[in-house]
Design a protein around this ligand. Sequence first.
Ligand SMILES: Cc1cc2nc3c(=O)[nH]c(=O)nc-3n(C[C@H](O)[C@H](O)[C@H](O)COP(=O)(O)OP(=O)(O)OC[C@H]3O[C@@H](n4cnc5c(N)ncnc54)[C@H](O)[C@@H]3O)c2cc1C
Length: 315
Amino acid sequence: MTATDTTDTDSTDTDTGPTAAGADTIAHFRFFALEVLRTRRLGHSFLRVTFGGESLADFRSGGYDQSLSLFLPPPHREHTVLPSTDEHTWFGAWRAMPEAERPAMRSYTVREQRRTPEGGDEVDIDFVLHGDTGPASAWAGRAVTGRRVLAIGPAVAENKSVRFAPPADTDLVLMYADETALPAAAAILDRLPSGTRVKAWFEVPHEDDRLRLDTLADADVTWVVRGAGVGRERIERLSEVVRASEPPACAAPYAWIAGESGTIRAVRRHLVRERGVDRRRVRFTGYWRLGASEEELLAEAYSGRAPSEDPSAEL
Ligand SMILES: Cc1cc2nc3c(=O)[nH]c(=O)nc-3n(C[C@H](O)[C@H](O)[C@H](O)COP(=O)(O)OP(=O)(O)OC[C@H]3O[C@@H](n4cnc5c(N)ncnc54)[C@H](O)[C@@H]3O)c2cc1C
């Protein structure tokens, strides 16, 4: 997983999620074999894919914005096959696959994990369908019951791929999410206790992407239906919406913002520089970048790293 993700710097630090290095993460993530049980259209841009599989008995979502890495097969393959899922060798073996055969690794959010009355385990992932321009979106658009994929996901609920972590004194949660981060935002809202004050801006492409949100929190949500617009123009228009609205008075806000990198940087800058939010209390994550695939972001992320930091050491 590649996500520009940080809480205290203006540069675009990189978080490599479940595949990130560190001895403490060794037992935290592992491979899971997932099988599509069913799909359901949630809105113009969203498809919910519900996965099952025996290995999910050991899956431990930490909730909130818990993410995982999916490995999605190329279009001519029905299922994902990797030469190795061994913790020491999978990365090298995956990278060595011919490009046309190599499953695409992509980051997604665990929208929900549940145990069914029959004792099975299910995980929902809400995919944004943005056409055949990316392997994950293309795969989701063709997903049917019985298709098998692999994932690196959490084996313990307390893991570094849950990023939402408001300090105890937080008296207002500020949220900004585009459609790719709406599943995470919705899962966060699901869990927030009654009385938590939230001001949220959710950016979606179409009117009927304004998904139903369930929360006990005292949440004031502004939907921004984006329509057309690319690059700078889009970024400026969106951050303008945030700039124009007045969040409730507060002493200790915590901000969680995620979505397209350029927009997220602009919103974050606004919150820190113009609204005076303490930069250490802003969790901002670039979920994707206009014009760049996740491979390109991953390559960028690892280009400056020592060999010992490659993801093969990360399961
Ligand atoms: C922690 C984390 C959690 C995430 N959770 C989710 C989630 O729950 N649901 C979800 O849908 N996405 C989620 N994403 C975002 C998702 O990983 C990216 O959108 C990813 O690029 C999609 O892969 P792809 O193969 O479809 O496109 P890529 O091959 O990565 O990109 C191909 C092209 O499509 C563009 N592109 C990528 N995503 C979009 C988009 N949404 N709309 C328009 N153009 C796009 C890229 O800029 C590029 O030009 C998450 C990302 C992170 C880091």
